[in-house]
Design a binder for this molecule. Structure first.
Ligand SMILES: [Ca+2]
Length: 499
């Protein structure tokens, strides 16, 4: 459908809502898409549409939904690269469902994961804070972080935030924030939990709450099992709002195709796994539509970090360089799509800087949760509320202007301010970084190839000073990891040019 026509129908929907047609029974239980429903609505109301066209309200901004406490479905892929979806440029993997989700919502092109590897990325997503604030100093649980350590129960998680606001909460997928009961999802705000506690190459155990339900699990069928559990959770109690955190274990290595998808893609088992993931997201969206929940549910899709080095033959982050663990764009910048029909304008693309840490304050705002009123010993939040950008509120400055990049071993390696990125450390892929800080202009140099530090010495000084100021504040206010404290004097790893 032409963009203008689509927009017209959406405007009509908003107008009908304003005029009191808030609920049109019989138009949305068939699983039709939002656009089709809006089309049906407009056909059913020719007088309203005629009035609308006469009054020429094309410039109407999107009205906030009448839904005060929308549901949340927060889907996260594992190690999915920036350009592994068709709508982000993949030529070898077909993702029609996620492409449509982007078409019905907003696609973010400067969105950054919480970190470049699994554990700190999830810490950041769940707390809205940079991972070193949570005592993380490098590595993942089971590799660099002991399995009895993880995210501190003292931190306020997004699960606790929604639970305390009266939401049903679930973690279905991969946890990776500590193995002990104290550090389990059940103790971090998730009333329902069906999960693997580490990556699919680190464990073979599948848990439901505290009960072991499979050992070994079938890696080929995890996405299917998580999807079915997610749909059961959505359908269990539709009278209460819910927060579903669905961090799928795919396409993290070993990528093994589900039998129904084996050989279907043009990109090996990795592509098969991503195409299955896309289709499973479709099953969840269909469930929402069938139960008339699509318009009252915010769906977010993101990845937890960039391309895994062992999968670089198949996974892609074009046009960016760099892999998981690294501070290059390819390690950090990931797909992110957000859909809320009728509230977030359809088909938008935004290149403003946004980050996984922004989701907690942004979703809190969207769901009417006042973060200021939540009393907790949790560390400060680094995330900012970017809601006005998502809904395209006119004349509102974008809330995020800067970003810190953490290497997988805990070092603050770079800072971004606007389009400028300054490397503060020696990084093997960045020429000249052993001689001094390297300044990149991301607006003109997506491959991060040209060092502009000699041309902008003042900017280099200011950005370095800002990075140091941010780092010192974070170090001064960090809490220890959850679990036993093993280091008396935690090592402070500093980038070469911040020493
Ligand atoms: Ca990951």
């Amino acid at each position: 459908m032409a963009a203008v026509g689509k927009r017209m129908f959406v405007v009509a929907l908003v107008a009908l809502r304003v005029w009191g047609f808030q609920s049109i029974p019989g138009t949305n239980e068939s699983g039709r898409t939002t656009t089709e429903r809006q089309l049906a609505l407009c056909v059913a109301q020719p007088l309203a549409l005629g009035h609308l066209l006469q009054s020429s309200v094309y410039a109407t901004t999107f009205d906030k939904s009448t839904v005060k406490h929308p549901n949340i479905v927060l889907i996260m892929a594992d190690d999915l690269g920036y350009s592994d979806l068709s709508c982000y440029g993949s030529q070898t993997i077909r993702t029609p469902v996620l492409d449509q989700l982007a078409g019905d919502g907003i696609r973010l092109t400067s969105f950054y994961a919480g970190c470049t590897i699994c554990t700190p990325s999830r810490m950041a997503l769940l707390t809205g804070a940079y991972p070193p604030r949570m005592g993380w100093r490098g590595g993942v649980v089971g590799y660099g972080v002991k399995t009895r350590n993880g995210l501190s129960p003292d931190a306020l998680t997004i699960g606790e935030m929604f639970r305390d606001a009266g939401y049903r909460t679930a973690l279905i997928g991969k946890w990776h924030l500590g193995d002990t009961p104290e550090l389990s999802p059940m103790n971090q705000g998730f009333l329902t939990a069906f999960y693997i506690d580490k990556s699919n190459n680190q464990t073979k155990k599948l848990w439901r709450g505290g009960k072991l339900v499979a050992d070994p699990f079938d890696n080929r069928r995890l996405t299917e099992q998580f999807t079915k559990a997610a749909i059961r959770f959505i359908e269990a109690d539709r009278d209460r709002p819910f927060f579903l955190y669905l961090p799928l274990s795919a396409p993290h290595f070993p990528a093994q195709a589900h039998p129904d998808w084996q050989g279907k893609s043009r990109n090996n088992a990795y592509g098969d796994v991503v195409e299955e993931l896309d289709s499973r997201v479709g099953e969840i969206l269909r469930s929402l539509a069938q139960h008339k929940l699509a318009d009252s549910t915010i769906v977010v899709f993101l990845s937890d970090n960039g391309v895994e080095p062992g999968q670089k033959k198949w996974a892609r982050s074009d046009p960016y360089r760099g892999l998981k663990w690294s501070a290059l764009e390819g390690g950090n910048r990931v797909p992110c799509i957000v859909r809320w029909p009728g509230v977030i304008p359809a088909g938008r693309v935004s290149g403003e800087i946004t980050a996984a840490i922004d989701l907690l304050p942004t979703l809190a705002h969207a769901c009417g949760i006042d973060l200021e009123k939540i009393s907790s010993a949790s560390p400060k939040i680094d995330g900012v509320n970017v809601w006005k950008t998502l809904v395209a509120e006119p004349d509102s400055p974008h809330a995020r202007t800067e970003l810190l990049y953490w290497h997988g071993w805990g070092v603050l390696q770079a800072i971004r301010v606007g389009d400028w990125k300054l490397y503060l450390d020696q990084v093997k892929e960045i020429a000249g970084s052993g001689e001094g800080p390297v300044l990149i202009n991301l607006a003109t140099d997506v491959g991060e190839q040209t060092n502009l530090s000699d041309k902008h010495p003042q900017r280099v000084r200011e950005m370095k000073q800002l990075a140091l100021q941010r780092l010192r504040e974070i170090e001064a206010n960090a809490i220890p990891l959850g679990g036993p404290v093993t280091d008396d004097k935690p090592e402070k790893k500093r980038a070469l040019w911040l020493k």
